[in-house]
Write a protein that binds this ligand. Structure first.
Ligand SMILES: [Zn+2]
Length: 351
């Protein structure tokens, strides 16, 4: 073989040629501070969780976990892929009226009938009397409010002319809306070697070629129309509106809509990769952001989130599906107390 046909730097294959990103589980070698937070610095209101336990006995064990971690109250989003009907969920948590608050879903049965809005408003008023906090979690990743119960709201969006009067009525009654709009941006992008959130993006990719599915930007436009249509209704976009990759854009939307609030649930991986940008954003909007988890309640889960909010710990591997490590946000005491608790109390009291 002539010299010209040989690779310039021929190398034997190494582990780097065969380890797949999905299997990569590095262990930190850094001798840097590791802060174990048993209990949050202030009492916590978890504004976004679900009915994960499904029996009264299991509810007791969740209360024990909450007590150990300093979580005074948790908000159960009845509306999602696992829940029982509202009445069943309400009965399950009834022993702890101050520890658990419930949110409900709209019933889209016979949505096409002319009196649907009227019936839905009656439903809203009924749940308001029963002590519900609001409607949630509504979900539109592109196909409409598909996780609603008892029937899915495929193609039904928050700015639908049939929904706007309901949103307005919620505002009059002091009921809140919690909605999940879109997903992290990489789930709408090609799953290739350039995809910045590849490992999670691949797992949860949204296929916008499916009939009736709209994309990320169209979802945001739709959502802003709904925000404009009911300026007196407080709407909490969960998961930081799935826009923690672009705080300048998210700031613009926040500035346009004083009725828009955010919860931080289930996007710790997405926001802890840029801790300084996240901290700056949270400080700027410190009166309109609330704590939430969205995850199965365990001591480990709560404490992991407290570590991110409260400390400047670095290079934290969480066991999540991203290929990066997390960094603490190091929030000030003043901001922490607002995010953990005070902002939620204001929202709940209609302030
Ligand atoms: Zn959720």
């Amino acid at each position: 073989m002539g010299l010209a046909s040989m690779p310039a730097f021929a190398q034997e294959p190494t582990a780097a040629d065969s380890i797949l990103l999905k299997d990569y589980r590095p262990v930190s070698i850094f001798n840097v501070p590791v802060t174990n937070i048993e209990k949050a610095k202030y009492p916590v209101i978890d504004m976004h969780t679900h009915d994960y336990v499904r029996s009264k006995e299991a509810v007791d064990s969740v209360v024990a976990i909450m007590d150990d971690c300093g979580v005074e109250q948790a908000h159960i989003m009845q509306c999602n892929w696992i829940s029982d009907p509202y009445d069943v969920v309400a009965e399950r948590y009834a022993a702890y009226p101050d520890r658990f608050k419930l949110w409900f879903c709209l019933d889209y049965t016979d949505f096409d009938s002319p009196d649907w809005t009227e019936r839905a408003i009656a439903q809203v008023e009924k749940y308001h009397e029963m002590g519900a906090v609001g409607i949630g979690e509504m979900v539109d990743k592109g196909l409409g409010d598909v996780y609603a119960l008892p029937v899915e709201g495929k193609g039904i969006r928050l700015n639908d002319p049939k929904l706007v009067p309901i949103l307005k009525r919620c505002g009059e009654l002091g009921l809140l809306i919690n909605i999940h709009i879109a997903e992290p941006i990489w789930m709408y992008r090609p799953i290739d070697r350039f995809n910045d959130g590849l490992m999670n993006g691949a797992e949860w990719q949204v296929d916008t070629t499916v009939e009736g599915c709209i994309g990320y930007d169209a979802l945001m436009d739709m959502f802003e129309e709904a925000l404009y249509a009911c300026p007196d209704t407080k709407i909490v976009a969960c998961h930081l509106l799935n826009m923690s990759h672009d705080y300048p854009r998210l700031s613009t939307i926040m500035d346009r809509h004083p009725n828009l609030y955010l919860d931080i649930s289930a996007r710790f991986g997405e926001s802890s990769v840029t801790p300084r940008a996240t901290k700056a954003f949270i400080e700027k909007y410190q009166d309109r952001i609330v704590y939430g988890t969205d995850n199965t309640p365990t001591r480990k889960m709560f404490r992991h989130t407290f570590r991110l909010l409260e400390t400047a710990d670095e290079h934290i591997y969480s066991g999540g599906s991203y290929h990066w490590s997390y960094y603490g946000w190091d929030l000030s005491d003043e901001v922490l107390e607002k995010i953990y608790r005070t902002n939620a109390l204001k929202l709940l009291s209609g302030e």
